[in-house]
Design a protein around this ligand. Structure first.
Ligand SMILES: NC(=O)c1ccc[n+]([C@@H]2O[C@H](COP(=O)([O-])OP(=O)(O)OC[C@H]3O[C@@H](n4cnc5c(N)ncnc54)[C@H](OP(=O)(O)O)[C@@H]3O)[C@@H](O)[C@H]2O)c1
Length: 287
């Protein structure tokens, strides 16, 4: 697995990581199967796992994904894996709601430290900006948590270029995580991908296949299936290879419940695409 810098931080991680959301929300696998998938990811060279306190069923289950990762890493005895978690959402009754208040972020960070079983979180991301709370208040609290040593690095999610700039005025931002896939190419148009590339901020595209539903239909998305077949790989691996080729800032975080999914996705790091290859793939995307 080839590695990339996590933005301007001192950290380098495998360029294909693992998104852990589907290991902990509805239709999740058993805990043993989920841990097996995490081990398969590490076996395949994954050294970055994306999680969140709210990857769980509801408010009583907060930290489910973080606890799973902690268990897999305990079993692994000190594997060099970097964890990115998030705060700023809640799960009342299984819904997804925003809470960017400083007091909530502090409590969420402390609860993530306990769930992960660490004294400092490698990467702590603001899950989303809360329209009821000025971004400077939310990010200001993350800056304080960083100054106290509870967080090594700060990242953002679901943000615009203007919001990244507001946050960067308060604390270094090493990563941005927005939705990006063949049917949702906003980061290429709204300037976020270019901004991250220019400013040494890692870009972690979420839902690269459009989530579990999108992943099932990926071969039938535009002509992706035909191009992937000709190149002898899954359309999932092809999409990840395309993302990695688009910018050196990209670190992929495909989701997976099954061992086979992450084992296949990790091989995207072995795919070398020329400029012509990138253009051919984009030509296969839906209009
Ligand atoms: N910041 C945010 O607001 C936000 C929002 C959503 C997601 N995320 C993050 O982004 C990560 C990835 O996004 P996502 O999980 O929503 O969706 P995704 O990665 O687009 O799709 C996940 C689905 O793809 C399937 N899959 C993965 N690799 C495959 C392969 N090589 N071949 C066939 N199928 C494959 C998996 O199937 P199986 O389940 O059957 O293995 C899984 O159901 C999440 O896990 C989470 O960490 C962040």
């Amino acid at each position: 697995m080839k590695t990339r810098a996590l933005g301007s931080s001192e950290l380098r991680v495998g360029e294909v990581g693992l998104g852990s959301m589907y290991l902990s929300i509805r239709d999740r696998p058993s805990e043993n199967d989920a841990v097996r998938t995490l081990h398969a990811a590490f076996d395949a060279g994954v050294t970055f796992v994306d999680t969140a306190d709210v990857y769980c069923l509801d408010q009583r289950d907060i930290g489910h994904s973080e606890r799973l990762i902690a268990r897999a890493l305990r079993e692994r005895k000190g594997a060099p894996v970097i964890i990115g978690t998030k705060g700023g959402l809640e799960r009342p009754g299984g819904a997804w709601t925003r809470n960017g208040r400083p007091a909530h972020l502090r409590l969420a960070c402390e609860s993530s430290l306990a769930a992960l079983g660490v004294s400092r979180i490698d990467l702590y991301q603001l899950h989303a900006v809360d329209p009821a709370v000025p971004i400077a208040d939310s990010v200001g609290e993350l800056a304080r948590l960083r100054a106290e040593g509870k967080i090594a690095h700060v990242g953002l999610s679901n943000v615009s270029v203007a919001e990244i700039e507001q946050a960067r005025a308060l604390v270094p931002i090493v990563s941005v995580q927005n939705r990006w896939n063949p049917s949702h190419r906003a980061p290429e148009r709204d300037g976020v991908l270019a901004y991250c590339t220019t400013n040494a901020i890692a870009f972690l595209p979420y839902s690269p296949f459009g989530g579990a539903h999108g992943a099932k239909g990926l071969a039938g998305t535009g002509h992706l299936g035909a191009v992937a077949k000709r190149l002898g790989m899954s359309p999932h691996r092809l999409v990840l290879a395309w993302m990695l080729a688009k910018s050196p800032a990209v670190i992929a975080i495909p989701g997976a419940r099954r061992v086979e999914s992450i084992t296949d996705s990790a091989k995207a790091s072995d795919v070398e695409l020329s400029g012509g290859g990138v253009a051919e793939i984009e030509g296969a995307f839906p209009a």
